[in-house]
Structure formats: C-alpha cells, structure tokens
Design a protein around this ligand. Sequence first.
Ligand SMILES: [Zn+2]
Length: 75
Amino acid sequence: MFFFIGMHTTRKECGVEGYHTCTRCGHVGDWKLIKETTWLILLLIPIPVRVRYYSMCEGCGGTAEMTKEEFYGKH
Ligand SMILES: [Zn+2]
C-alpha cells in the first residue's frame, strides 16, 4: 500500500493591520495581516487542518495572534 502524506504551511499577506511601535524591537511601522494555513497533503489533495490569523512586525517578525472575527474586522 502506498501513501503520500505531507504537511505544508502557506502564509498569505492580507494587507496592513495598523501602525504600531513594536514592544520587542522598537520598530515603528505598519504591521502586516497574515493568514497562515497548515495543510495536510493526502494523496495529492490538500486538506486545511489549521488556520491562524495574526499580525506581524516587519522589524523582528514578532507576531500577535487574533481571532478570525478581529482579522476580517480590520479590512
Ligand atoms: Zn518588532
């Protein structure tokens, strides 16, 4: 029996969350809205198993998780 199983993560930039000063690195700028989907590839069919929504600092890559409702309320 042959199985082809893999995991794959995609990140999609969905605009700008807001203009902040990062508490970690002090970078001042726009935080990006990121939708990250984790896919299970089963027999070449991608199945989404987990979706995360967060904003990300361009300076240090620090992230702040948010809910789907908060994410789509931003734009
Ligand atoms: Zn930062």
